[in-house]
Design a binder for this molecule. Structure first.
Ligand SMILES: *Cc1c(COP(=O)(O)O)cnc(C)c1O
Length: 426
């Protein structure tokens, strides 16, 4: 399987090269040349397959011969070593909980899969690959954990000093081994700028790659969730609609890929906070990227979602086709908090702010005879102060978080690009 750049001015590349590069040389993101629907009887008999078998079916064609089947099976088994429960909330609404992985955020699956692919590709190389990431909190933890101990890969994470939660900081800074945390005297945008500069700096001789949802190995495994939810629900419920709390739109775009593979999904809702570039576009046909606005669902504070171009490609760049299958609604922090309270008071469900935005997406859409599933993308403990103050309720701290809180923080402080470059050129 080969991949082309959505800027259409770079050569097509293999799965391996697309994973190592992350972004094409023309700065476009990669997209598969061909998407072949899965056999009908696989979808009809999905009940008979384990999560691991479903995942293998879904992703096999995209990996092609870049990874031997037995290795790919191992990668999938290691990636999926936790649960993906579907919890009923209301008569026609359920939530798909994606936070049962090691860092309690849905990005665990993509990060673990990508890490293992990269480890495999680099297995015989004497030169290490360095994954360089800037994080505003959530991504960094999942990436750090996913890549921990993977041979041949070093991870360098930049985070803004004093701007991430205590739990998030512990998740970034206590792992050691092949993970280095750089504490930046600045804000998230400074971290992001430094990372971008490093990628363009030809004096740095290390192989640098990124680990955000631009990378196909982080994006594609997110298809699995939609298959798992369908497996859990399809006997009792028809006409399934997914509402996906969206920031860079990688997760929802993976859902649309699952639909392309033949999974019978009736409709997609991209639920966002006030960063509403996409819902504006659906309304008036003009795509105008915005500067991001800070909200309580901060993993979705994105003004120019990087995967939206993939969604357009999946719908043949036709706005009318897109609108038939896809809606997007935007919600304020006040609405999000009300939804969190309602879910807790009426349904005894503690949602994090992102999941609550997903729930709002379903409430706004007319479900008619459909069954709505919103994705719960992070455990409420990841957004502890907001959740506790909104619900006026203490949240139990899960054991994997308690354990990390006792570990010692190790970070290198940097304050400008020169210091980052110095670190990368050691
Ligand atoms: C990253 C993230 C999102 C947004 O996912 P995208 O794929 O970027 O749309 C939503 N919720 C949480 C908790 C996240 O960490």
């Amino acid at each position: 399987m080969n991949y082309y750049s959505l800027h259409h001015t770079a050569p097509n590349v293999s799965f391996k090269e697309a994973v190592i590069r992350g972004l094409a040389p023309d700065r476009g993101i990669y997209f598969p040349e061909k998407i072949t629907p899965l056999p009908k009887d696989f979808i009809e008999n999905i009940n008979r397959y384990s999560h691991e078998e479903i995942a293998l079916h879904a992703i096999e064609q995209f990996v092609g011969d870049a990874i031997p089947k037995n290795v790919l099976k191992n990668i999938i088994n290691e990636t999926l070593s936790f649960d993906f429960p579907v919890i009923p909330i209301e008569e026609n609404i359920a939530t798909l909980e994606l936070f049962h992985g090691p860092t309690m955020a849905f990005k665990d699956v993509g990060a673990r899969f990508m890490a293992r692919c990269l480890g495999y590709f680099n297995r015989n190389s004497t030169e290490k690959v360095t994954v360089l990431v800037a994080t505003s909190g959530d991504t960094g933890g999942a990436v750090a954990n996913g890549f921990l101990g993977v041979e041949g890969v070093d991870v360098v994470i930049l985070y803004p000093s004093g701007k991430v939660s205590e739990i998030q900081e512990k998740q970034l800074t206590t792992l050691g081994n092949n993970i280095t945390a750089l504490e930046v005297d600045g804000v998230f945008d400074d971290c992001q700028d430094m990372v971008k500069t490093a990628f363009l700096d030809t004096e740095i001789k290390r192989t640098l790659t990124s680990a955000n949802s631009i990378n196909i190995a982080r994006w594609l495994p997110q298809m699995f969730y939609f298959f798992f939810a369908y497996k859990a629900l399809h006997k009792q419920h028809k006409n399934i609609i997914f509402s996906v709390p969206s920031g860079n739109f990688g997760n929802i775009c993976a859902g649309i890929m699952a639909q392309k593979l033949g999974l019978p999904i009736q409709h997609f809702i991209a639920a966002t906070n006030v960063n509403n570039t996409v819902s504006n576009y659906l309304q008036n046909g003009e795509y105008v990227p915005q500067k991001s606005i800070a909200t309580i669902s901060n993993a979705m504070d994105v003004g120019n979602p990087s995967n939206f171009i993939r969604i357009q490609e999946l719908y043949n760049n036709n706005l009318e086709t897109l609108k038939k299958h896809f809606s997007s609604y935007s919600f304020t922090d006040a609405e999000t908090k009300s939804a969190m309270k309602l879910l807790f008071n009426e349904h005894q469900y503690v949602a994090d702010p992102h999941g609550a935005v997903g729930y709002l997406g379903l409430k706004k859409h007319n479900l008619k005879n459909a069954y709505g599933v919103f994705l719960e993308t992070a455990h409420p403990v990841k957004f502890l102060p907001t959740v506790e103050s909104t619900l006026n309720q203490k949240i139990d701290i899960p054991s994997q978080i308690k354990e990390i809180m006792t570990k010692e923080k190790k970070a290198i402080t940097i304050s400008n690009y020169k210091e980052l470059k110095h670190f990368l050129m050691r």
